[in-house]
Design a protein around this ligand. Sequence first.
Ligand code: ADP
Ligand code: MG
Length: 415
Amino acid sequence: MRFGIRTLDDLALRGRTVICRVDMNQPVDREKGTLKSTNRIRACAPTLRELSEKGARVVILAHQGSDIEYKNYYTTKPHADVLRSLGLDVKWIDDVCGPAAREAIKALKDGELLLLDNVRFVAEEQTLFETKLKLTHEQQAHTQVVEKLAPLADAYVCDAFAAAHRDQPSLCGFEQVLPSAMGRLFEKEFCTVSELMESPARPCVFVLGGAKISDAFLMLQTVLGKGVADCVLTGGLVGNIFLAALGKDIGQGSVDFIYKSNYGEYIDRARELYEQYGEKIMLPSDLAWVENGERCEAVLGGIPAGIASVDIGSATAAAYRDVIMSAKTVFVNGPMGVFEQGPSELGTKMVWQALADTGAHTVLGGGDSITAAEKYQVTDKMGYICTGGGALIRFLTGEELPVVKALRHGSAIPE
Ligand code: ADP
Ligand code: MG
């Protein structure tokens, strides 16, 4: 047991049918029917391997795509191919909890693995269902996916820390009826961030950029309020919102973008946060924008009226580098600019290089932040890469994650 949750060491596995919920959600290349990245699949493979080697009959549940962007829903078939390429002998079936899936589960032998199709093909698993109906965990136990699959299983393992902020039946419902545990990846990610929050080596620096504004501000309130953060380096849209809050002229294009994205209310929040914790919050001193395909930079005060800033400037990046170099813990979520494009990548590139060079323990989370680390080939220089950006940032807001709560419940159910 760690932090009140069973680990794989606390579950009997041989001959047991175990439902294992993983997060293998990856960008899909629809034309080729393949996945553009296999990060998350590689990350959860050790748990699946351990379950199989210890003789469990492993039923794998996963989602692919989100209903908010419905067109990116996709089958989990290519994920099975990736798992096979990693040496796991996985069967796959194009059914989630219907008769075909249930027969295939009943036919499993010790050590065999079966991947079911995209669990979000079931309506109750969709984010819209989650946000509109807000089922309790007890109610989630009475959804199709849990009622059809749980009776065939002896235990439930959740290895999907990247989805731990979601409140959906395949993530929180099984723990109401089955003895539960966290998988190895969940254990590593959850325990790492829990320990980081409890007692970080200091100075503890937060690098906060990107575009997930509501979570970013909740998180700032918590890490500053609890005294976890000694310094926050702001960039991306987060930085622009702070600058706008302090009345800095950041270019009308940037201001328009903030309002167009419905983040206007955060300007007031940013002002309040800055009034209270200003000495711990570092803001960009210069910004970059793109004109005719070329990168342009100016210090605050000299920003042309019409521009939309897409990166921090190089003086800011250099100042941030110094802070990162003398830190002991650095937590990172969200790039400093639109790093996907050449002219606006410099800020992210320089800061990410500093993350690679510092002696501090670095924790990096978020899909785009990880993509940036890959782009600048610094992935293996990071202390710890967390597969879940949304879950990580929600965790850092101080709120108990729905899946953590459910796992604590399922950890108390006797085997
Ligand atoms: P992560 O996936 O690492 O959690 P986010 O999803 O919050 O990060 O933010 C990443 C996105 O933010 C990227 O697509 C990037 O292009 C965008 N972005 C960064 N800086 C800016 C900016 N100044 N204006 C608009 N978008 C930005
Ligand atoms: Mg992102």
